[in-house]
Structure formats: C-alpha cells, structure tokens
Design a protein around this ligand. Structure first.
Ligand code: UGA
Length: 441
C-alpha cells in the first residue's frame, strides 16, 4: 500500500529516508528550512557524499514521487505519516542533547496536521523525549493524531543498504494509544521490509528511545574495549589485531567493531554516548554513566597515543612536515564531524608541526571548517617532502598506494598506521619505519 509521507529535516538521515520511502513506492514530500541544502535537493543534487544515494535520488525525483519544500503548510495535504528527522546535536558547553529542533518541528506540524495522521520520530533522543513530544503534539494540535518513535540505525557509507534492508525495525508506541492504527500505518510504510522477513518490533516509547542509544553505546564500548586492550598489547609486545581476530571467532563476541586504532568519531557515536551519559547521571543510573565515561576517555586517549608515536618517530615536532592521510571520520563519507583524523591533524599543528591533510572526499569540508589547515588533492603531491605520514582514515586508495612510489617523494620514510589498515611488511620492505597502534614497539 502506497502512503502519503512527509519527511521533516533533510540532513543525512532525513534525505536518505525520503529517497528510500519514495523508492519503496510512497509519495514523499521532504521539508528542509536550510536554503542551501533545499536548493541542492531541488536541483536533484545530494548535498553530501553517500555511495549510491545520488543515483537513487535522481530516480526518485524522476519518478515524480519525491519533491521538496521549505514550507510546513505544503505538507498538510492529507499526509498519512510524518517522519521527523531533525538533528539533535550536543548542546554547547554540555554533554546533553539539544532537542530544540524537535520541539519546533512538532509546534509547526501541530498547526497543519490533519485528523488521523501519524507522526513518527526518527531522531536520536534522550529517553522521555517522545512521551513529552506526544503530549505537546496532542495539546497544540487539538486533533486526533498519534506520535510514535521509530529510531534509525543506518550507518554513513552504507545508508542505502541499511535503510532498504535494516537488521530490525523498532516502533515505540505509547500505552495510551487507543487502537492499532499507528502500528498499521508504520507497517504499511515498511511493508517491503516486513515482506522480506525483517524483524518488526513494537515496544513502548521509552524502550524504543533507549534501544537506539544503547545500540550506539554498545558499539562504542566494543571499540573502546579493543582500544584499551591495544594499550595492554603495546606494553607487552602483543598484537591487538591478531587478538581481535582470535576472540572474534567466538560467536558470542563476534568480529565486528573490534578494529583498534585512533578511535571512533562521527556525528553519532560521540554525541550519543555523551547524551546517554548526561541523561543517566541526571536520573541516577550510575553504572551506565560511569561505563560511558570510561568508553569516552579511552577513545580520546588513542588520539594522544598517535601524537606520542609522532614524537617517537621525529623527536621534536616543531617545524616537522607531517602529512595526515584522511580527514573523514571513516571511509566512504565526506563527513568530518568529530573526526579522529582531523583531531590528530589539529593537535599536531598545535604542537608546532607543519601539517598537510589529504582526503579523497572530505577536503572541501576541511577547507570550509578549518581554513588554517593546509590541504592537497593529489596524494603524491601531499606526500612530497613529508618527514612522517599518518594513515588516519581507511580509504582504499591508501591501501593501493605503492610504498616505492611514495618513497620517491617523501623526505623521510616514517609511517604511523592509525587504523592498522596497511600491509606493514610491504612498507617495511620498501624501507619505511612503520609504527602501529596496538602492537609492541
Ligand atoms: C553509527 C552506527 O553504527 C549506526 O548504526 C547508527 O545508526 C549511526 O551511528 C547513527 O546513530 O546515526 P556511523 O556514525 O555512520 O554509524 O559510523 P560507524 O560505522 O558506527 O563508525 C563510527 C566510528 O567508529 C568511525 O569513526 C569508525 O572509524 C570507528 N570504528 C568502527 C572503529 O574505530 N573500529 C571499528 O571496529 C569500527
């Protein structure tokens, strides 16, 4: 069954969701107040890099099932379902999430929403927010409408695949909801996934909110666990990469998210564990609050370890030429939010080094946000004259780089592999000194 859907907020999550809903046959209108972003989408151009999504956007617009607006009153035309996808960034000067955009989206929607419509929140929120927003929507609209929570689990770099074939769909519904109407509307929206046997779980609102933050917190904990063990490996001469492979064969542990290196970043994991910790501290859930504090500090310590390794390689950093390979927070995205790679580059610059950053996708964002950082588009030009190269993002072009070709342009053959991504032996055979994380010196 095809629905009339609005998607409010067309950032990373919203734009992907709007495209996918249209691809699944629904009639979709996307609402975005940011003029630049809206103009780009209206021109059929995705405002960020995400593999495969540009093609899907082009197809969805051509099908006539996807259009964009900045005006809430345009979405009233009897939409069955409104997805709220606005951002919930970290508040300045606090660990907590900023939910202001959500409240204003609900206020705007309350003025145009029609009887019988369902609102599904997808943004990541502190537990308790959905119940509050539901009360706000019912009061302000005075209509017979419902609000449910439907967290999103997509990863950047895999957004399309994760949206079309998610591991599960979770829908939180208030116990005060009188009938099965809202659940049926969500089932219709995701009928293709349900037909493909993807689990569809109905919970209460609080559980659905916590499922999302707990999932991200668990992933962050896995990464910090292996990074903490990596420190132990460094001190004992063990190899954290081999160790992760060995423990990963135990299905109860699993091999995913056990890659040690310079730690996690991005627009989600860091801010979500901060907000989770803030909420847990606020309500007195001491156990999870202190666990997440440890996860966060282990994560930041790994960046400091790279600076120590740079000093080990170069001695004094002042005036030394260092090239940082990678700026995006991970490969297959141009997103530099909370990027460990950039944090390392900025810390080296503060320590007096002459830093140059290379990335195949994220350099426009770097130039906009950090105009003081030197950048180069061409990889060999970026390496020219370097006394140390640091692999900070696992882009495949770095793995495909020939160490012999790199040798001919650098000043000194020093390499720190911050992601344990390169073939160390190959680089060593070409005469490079290779420093890894999670390996004995
Ligand atoms: C994360 C979650 O994986 C998604 O399920 C979730 O929907 C999303 O946040 C969100 O809340 O919107 P994403 O931020 O795209 O997705 O990135 P991840 O693939 O989780 O990677 C996060 C960071 O961890 C990256 O910096 C990555 O390099 C690092 N990482 C990942 C490691 O250091 N080691 C690993 O083994 C895996």
């Amino acid at each position: 069954m095809s629905l009339k859907i609005s998607v409010i907020g067309l950032g990373y999550l919203g734009a992907t969701h709007a495209v996918v809903m249209a691809q699944l046959g629904h009639e979709v209108i996307g609402v975005e107040p940011n003029v630049e972003r809206l103009d780009s989408l209206r021109a059929g151009k995705l405002p960020f890099y995400e593999p495969g999504l540009q093609e899907s956007l082009t197809d969805a617009v051509a099908s006539g099932r996807l259009r964009f607006t900045d005006r809430h009153n345009e979405i009233s035309a009897a939409a069955d379902l409104h997805f709220i996808c606005v951002g919930t960034p970290q508040l300045t000067g606090s660990q907590a999430a900023d939910t202001r955009h959500l409240y204003s989206a609900i206020s705007d929607l309350a003025t145009v929403i029609q009887d019988g419509a369902v609102v599904a929140g997808k943004s990541t929120v502190p537990v308790g927010t959905a119940a509050d927003l539901r009360a706000e929507l019912l009061n302000k609209s005075g209509k017979k409408v419902e609000l449910v929570w439907n967290p999103e689990f997509l990863r950047e770099g895999h957004a399309l695949q994760d949206s079309l074939t998610p591991d599960r769909i979770v829908v939180g519904i208030s116990p005060e909801t009188k009938d099965l109407g809202p659940e049926m509307v969500l089932r219709a929206a995701y009928s293709a996934q349900i037909a493909a046997q993807i689990p569809f779980l109905v919970t209460d609102l609080a559980t659905s909110e916590l499922v999302k933050v707990a999932a991200n917190a668990f992933l962050a904990t896995k990464i910090s666990f292996i990074n903490a063990v990596a420190e132990m490996a460094e001190l004992t001469g063990a190899d954290a990469g081999q160790l992760a492979e060995a423990i990963g064969f135990d299905e109860r542990i699993g091999s995913k998210f056990l890659r040690n290196g310079i730690g996690f970043g991005g627009g989600c994991l860091p801010k979500d564990i901060h907000a989770f910790e803030a909420k847990a501290s606020e309500i007195g859930a001491k156990g999870i609050a202190s666990l997440l504090q440890a996860v966060d500090s282990i994560n930041l310590e790994r960046r400091a370890r790279v600076i120590d390794l740079a000093k080990l390689a170069l001695g004094e950093l002042t005036g030394k030429r260092i090239v940082v390979l990678g700026a995006a927070f991970k490969a297959e995205t141009d997103d530099i939010r909370e990027s460990p790679a950039l944090e390392v580059a900025l810390a080296l610059k503060s320590a007096g080094a002459t830093v140059l950053v290379h990335d195949p996708m994220a350099l426009d964002a770097v130039r906009l946000k950090h105009p003081g950082l030197e950048t180069k588009d061409d990889l060999l030009e970026a390496l020219a004259g370097a006394e140390l190269a640091i692999l900070a993002t696992e882009w495949s072009l770095y793995r495909n780089l020939d160490p012999v070709a790199a040798s001919s342009v650098v000043a000194v053959k020093n390499l720190i592999d911050g992601r344990n991504y390169l073939d160390a032996e190959k680089w060593q055979s070409a005469g490079w000194s290779v420093f890894g994380l999670g390996r004995g010196a």
